[in-house]
Each structure stands twice: as C-alpha cells, then as structure tokens.
Design a protein around this ligand. Structure first.
Ligand SMILES: *[C@@H]1O[C@H](CO)[C@@H](O)[C@H](O)[C@H]1NC(C)=O
Ligand SMILES: *[C@@H]1O[C@H](CO)[C@@H](O)[C@H](O)[C@H]1NC(C)=O
Ligand SMILES: *[C@@H]1O[C@H](CO)[C@@H](O)[C@H](O)[C@H]1NC(C)=O
Ligand SMILES: *[C@@H]1O[C@H](CO)[C@@H](O)[C@H](O)[C@H]1NC(C)=O
Ligand SMILES: *[C@@H]1O[C@H](CO)[C@@H](O)[C@H](O)[C@H]1NC(C)=O
Ligand SMILES: *[C@@H]1O[C@H](CO)[C@@H](O)[C@H](O)[C@H]1NC(C)=O
Length: 284
C-alpha cells in the first residue's frame, strides 16, 4: 500500500505548502511527494531563502493550467488504489503566543507559556492573531487573487484546525474568494491542531463558541463539544502528533473526492508531522 504526494510546499514562517500527495490504497495508505511540480519539493531548494510568494513555488517550466492538467492526468492513469491530491497547506499568521515567544526567547517561554499572559498581552487559551498576523493572511489573499487569472486551481474543499488563529487565517486568506454560503464550508478537524498540552496556547475553545464565531464553518463527525485532548500536565509526544497528521491524510484520502485541497493549521503539524510522514512513508 502506498500513497504519494505530488507536490510540496514545506511551511515557512507563514503560509502555503502546496503538497501534492500520492496515496495508495485508502485506509492505511502510505504517502509520498511527487517531485517535479514545486520548488519546495526539491532537495536543491534552500528552505531558508525560498519564498512562497513567488508563484507559490510552482516550477518555472510549468503554468498553472499545465500543473492542473498533469495532476488530473496522474489520477486518470493511476493504478487501482493510487490517488493524487494537492494540499495547499497554510500555517496561521502570527498570534500573540508567537510574539511572546519571540519576546521572551525559547528558554523563558517554557515558563511564561504556562500562563494566560503577562498583564499587557493575552496568549492563552487560544490566542488571537496579532495585527501582523492578520496583515500577512490578507496579503496572501491578494497573492491568490493575482494567480487566479493565471489559471491557479482553487481549492475545492477546506480544512481548518479548530484553534481560532487558524480559522481566522483561513478566513482572511479565502473569504472573498470562495467562502460564500453554497460554495465551500471549511471543516474543523481535531487532527489539524497544534502540538497539544501544557502551554495555554494549545487549549481549544468549545464547539458552541466556534459555532457562534464561525457560522460558515462545519465540523467533522464526532467533533467533541469541549476540548478533550489538552492536559496541563502532559504534552503530546512527537509520535502521537505524527500519528494525528497521518490521520488527517487518511481521512481526506478516504472521504473527500476533491483533488485540490486547502488545509490551515500550525507549524508543528506542517513542518514536523507532514514532513515526517513524507519521509517515513516514502520508505515503505
Ligand atoms: C520541470 O523542472 C523540474 C525541476 O527542475 C523538473 O524536475 C521537471 O522534470 C521539469 N518538468 C518538465 C515537464 O520539464
Ligand atoms: C531528497 O533527499 C532524501 C534524503 O536524502 C531522499 O530520500 C529523497 O529521495 C530526495 N528527494 C528527491 C526529490 O530527490
Ligand atoms: C506580500 O505579498 C507580496 C507579493 O505576493 C510579497 O512580495 C510580500 O513580501 C508580502 N509581504 C508580506 C509582509 O508578507
Ligand atoms: C508582555 O509581552 C509582550 C510581548 O508579546 C511585551 O511586548 C510586553 O512588554 C510584555 N509585558 C510585560 C509587562 O512584560
Ligand atoms: C472573515 O473575513 C472577512 C473579510 O476579511 C471579515 O469581514 C469577516 O468578519 C471575517 N469573519 C470572521 C468570522 O472572522
Ligand atoms: C462542556 O463544558 C461546559 C462548560 O465547562 C460544561 O457545562 C459542559 O457540561 C461540558 N460538556 C461536556 C459534554 O463535557
């Protein structure tokens, strides 16, 4: 069993990873990156200088319509049990816990991160985006709009972490493009949450709160009413988080017909979990 990914955009400080995934055999499929579409999937790309603002990293020898067609052709000609999807992976814009982490430095943040804030700034539970974070999400919206006349394939479905910094980033990026009633209702998925535990910024709001704040969004099956995953005493292990990232891919490959997909989440899932999944499963 094997799943592959077709294109990749590892996450940088903020947005989009366009991951082209190839998956083989539904349920416990394996995943790999299909090389050749995005600069970010090449080992020759320096991730420190790479800038997704440059056409989201699409290789210079491809136009967006050619890219779209090649992905559709891969699916058309795939062996049974193999499928390809492109995931535009967005990390949320800067939130208050990110600003505080920078301000205090990593070592002190281990301590300050346990609290709700410092009297000036609130960073937990579930911190808001900073003005800088909102601006970068809106800037991404401008970027996407500039690509539409070039034939950029818009996502057909949307997934979000249930933390508000991700949902807001998704909204500011895609709102006036596609988030109209009747077109797309982004789905909240627990599997897209940040590394969970201890730090107050990892606590999730209740479903009732989210329903009120995001009337256009919907919920995966069995989405808990309250946060059942956070613990103030224990952080999720890396392998638990990686398993969660794989669950996201398993769900999407098993239940969503869409080929072009948007997922808005967090650095830990994007950089560590998905990269790990790609790394691991390309070996199976
Ligand atoms: C486009 O360029 C990439 C990266 O150099 C390469 O891997 C790919 O094979 C090229 N595709 C075509 C159709 O020439
Ligand atoms: C990138 O490097 C890794 C590890 O060295 C290797 O397994 C993988 O096949 C390489 N990917 C590409 C697209 O060349
Ligand atoms: C805003 O987007 C433009 C073009 O997409 C990019 O060059 C610029 O660096 C972005 N600015 C910020 C603050 O992200
Ligand atoms: C609280 O943290 C913010 C960084 O997000 C910093 O600008 C501010 O000065 C801090 N306030 C106090 C009282 O330390
Ligand atoms: C979504 O973004 C739009 C446009 O930027 C804004 O008007 C609206 O209030 C946002 N919705 C939510 C729920 O934040
Ligand atoms: C969710 O939390 C609220 C507020 O703490 C509480 O009243 C309610 O009973 C909880 N619901 C469940 C199903 O745990």
């Amino acid at each position: 069993m094997m799943v592959s990914i077709s294109a990749i955009t590892p996450i940088l400080s903020f947005v989009s990873s366009a991951l082209a995934f190839k998956a083989t055999q539904g349920h416990y499929g394996t995943y790999s990156i299909v090389p050749g579409f995005f600069k970010q999937s090449s080992n020759d790309t320096n991730v420190k200088t790479f800038d997704y603002h440059d056409n989201l990293g699409l290789n210079d020898n491809l136009t967006w319509p050619e890219f779209r067609q090649q992905i559709l052709d891969l699916n058309e000609n795939a062996e049974p049990g193999v499928s390809y999807k492109v995931i535009y992976f967005g990390r949320h814009g800067q939130a208050w816990h990110n600003a505080a982490n920078e301000f205090y430095g990593e070592a002190f943040w281990c301590y300050y991160g346990l609290f709700a804030g410092n009297g000036t700034v609130t960073w937990g539970p579930d911190p808001e985006l900073t003005p800088k974070g909102i601006a970068s999400a809106k800037n991404n919206s401008v970027l996407i709009k500039s690509l539409i006349p070039e034939g950029f394939p818009l996502p057909q479905s949307f997934y979000s972490s249930p933390l508000t910094r991700a949902a807001d980033t998704l909204n500011y990026t895609w709102f006036d493009l596609v988030l109209e009633p009747g077109y797309a209702s982004p789905v909240f998925k627990e599997s897209l949450r940040e590394w969970i535990g201890v730090g107050s910024h990892t606590i999730r709001r209740s479903r009732a709160y989210l329903e009120q704040r995001y009337p256009l969004f919907s919920y995966e099956a069995n989405f808990p009413v309250n946060d059942t995953l956070y613990s103030p005493y224990e952080g999720e292990t890396d392998s638990a988080m990686q398993w969660r990232g794989k669950q996201f891919l398993d769900d999407v490959f098993n239940s969503d017909e869409a080929v072009f997909i948007s997922a808005t989440s967090h650095g830990a899932i994007g950089d560590e979990s998905l990269s790990w999944i790609l790394f691991l499963f390309s070996w199976i």
